[in-house]
Design a protein around this ligand. Structure first.
Ligand code: ZN
Length: 477
């Protein structure tokens, strides 16, 4: 491998920084010849694997993973009226097989309700089959007409984790939506990504849902990114797809359903929030390489230094760390640059002086340098990594808090939106939301809640003066 040249634009120029970072850190290659489709480089894919390992670990506690087909017959897709209306402009259709026109056109799933629910109708018979909780991690396709952006706005969403649950009562489904939010909070906590949860206004909910909760974060440019949603579907789909169960009294009832999803936007948030002018920064939990060992070869002790570095690597791997040793024939500075760009949390350097002193020099990706005794190195590495993770999480949390401003008048909204999110008093009426959007240049994201329940009244609506609910406004991606 050759030395890299050129530098990353400063993170303060976020858009340019993001675009350059994706290829310099080898996350995505944007040169694939179809608009809105991108290629995961091996390093990006390794990050994806760690991120989704955590997501699966959380989901597996009370869901089971399954896999449904990519193609959905038009006859199923067109059954639920609101759902069709919500997606009709975004669906790719397969209309031919070889030279023959298909009898029934097939949709590439934009989301999988209409692939999964006809099967649920066959699987569910009685209350004993409930609750049913299944998820899958799949690609899905949406014909985006807006400007596409890698990991954020795609025509092929490559990593859609969608969960679909079925319950006996509306309240149990409501509880599941609440739990989905706690799963997502835990997931983002592990990614050190701070989030804020709100209930989307009715005109912005999922097509075919009773209500939608959404998880947002604030990107470095002050815009908000929706990085998770959870929907109470009520009986919208169970009526359409005849998902019925026999309750304890022998009565046939329509099932209550939920669905909730996370995509590779989680990775867009991860790399955008933590990265700096030198590249990406990965929390240890999701770093494909947690420790990079760089032998510092000077003078005649090359073999001894390489042997020491190798034994260090073996020892740490035994301690279950993901470790790599960089013994390429490059100057140390070039190696540091290379691994910093790719976000490795901890670099260990070992040279002749370290060997003589019985130590290793440790540098975390945020620039903290320490000298660790060679004895019991595994423990020291663990402490160093966990200290680094705490700093990363705290830093991101502080920036999020700084980006949220409580406002009480219209004129305060635009400066608050420059920084991130404005919390405004809003009455809940669409006419007022439209005025707010027009006059401030932002979007009403939703009322603040983790549970979906309507929240305490507080203050009066900025537009009409009626009793208001604390509501998030932002400029959404
Ligand atoms: Zn109002």
């Amino acid at each position: 491998m050759e030395e890299e040249t050129g530098t990353l634009p400063p993170k303060s120029a976020f858009s340019e920084w993001y675009n350059e970072l994706l290829w310099r850190a080898e996350i995505m290659d944007v040169r694939y010849p179809v608009k809105g489709l991108y290629v995961w480089y091996p390093h990006g894919f390794a990050i994806r694997r760690e991120v989704y390992r955590i997501l699966r670990e959380i989901m597996d506690r009370e869901h089971r993973e399954a896999l449904f087909p990519l193609l959905i017959p038009a006859s199923e897709f067109m059954k639920e009226a609101e759902h069709i209306k919500g997606f009709e402009d975004e669906v790719y259709w397969v209309t031919r097989g070889g030279k023959a026109e298909l009898d029934i056109p097939l949709a590439l799933r934009p989301t999988s309700e209409t692939a999964i629910y006809p099967m649920y109708a066959l699987w569910i018979r009685s209350h004993a089959d409930l609750p049913l909780r299944i998820y899958q991690v799949v690609n899905s396709f949406r014909y985006e007409t807006k400007h596409t952006r890698p990991l954020i706005r795609l025509r092929e969403i490559t990593s859609f984790k969608e969960a679909h649950t079925v319950h006996a009562t509306w309240e149990e489904a409501e509880e599941q939506v609440r739990k989905a939010i706690t799963f997502y909070r835990e997931f983002y906590e592990r990614l050190c990504v701070p989030v804020i949860v709100s209930r989307r206004p009715d005109w912005d909910k999922f097509p075919g849902a009773d209500y939608t909760l959404a998880v947002d974060t604030i990107m470095p440019d002050g815009k908000t990114l929706q990085i998770g949603t959870a929907h109470h579907l009520g009986t919208h789909f169970s009526r359409t797809f005849q998902i019925l169960f026999e309750d304890k009294n022998g009565e046939q009832k329509h099932a209550q359903q939920t669905c909730y999803g996370i995509s590779e936007r989680s990775i867009a948030a991860l790399i955008s929030l933590h990265g700096d002018d030198r590249g990406i920064i990965l929390p240890p939990d999701v770093a494909p390489i947690q420790v990079i060992i760089v032998p510092v070869i000077v003078g005649k002790r090359k073999d001894e230094i390489l042997a020491q570095a190798a034994s260090l690597a073996t020892e740490l791997r035994g301690g279950a760390y993901r470790v790599q040793m960089d013994n390429r024939d490059l100057r140390p500075g070039a190696k540091y640059y290379y691994w910093e760009m790719r976000g490795v949390p901890l670099r260990l350097e070992i040279g002749p002086r370290d060997i003589d002193a019985g130590v290793v020099t440790a540098i975390t990706r945020d620039g903290e340098r320490s000298v660790l005794p060679r004895i019991n190195l595994g423990e020291k590495v663990r402490d160093t990594l966990s200290g680094f993770e705490v700093r990363l999480r705290e830093k991101a949390r502080h920036r999020m808090e700084d980006g949220i401003t409580k406002v009480t008048s219209l004129s305060e909204i635009p400066p608050a939106l420059e920084k991130g999110i404005a919390i405004i008093p809003w009455c809940g009426e669409r006419a007022c939301a439209d005025k707010l959007a027009q006059q401030s240049g932002g979007d009403v994201l939703g009322i603040i809640t983790d549970t979906g329940k309507s929240v305490r009244k507080e203050g009066s609506c900025i537009i009409c003066g009626e009793p208001a609910i604390p509501t998030l406004m932002g400029r959404a991606y």
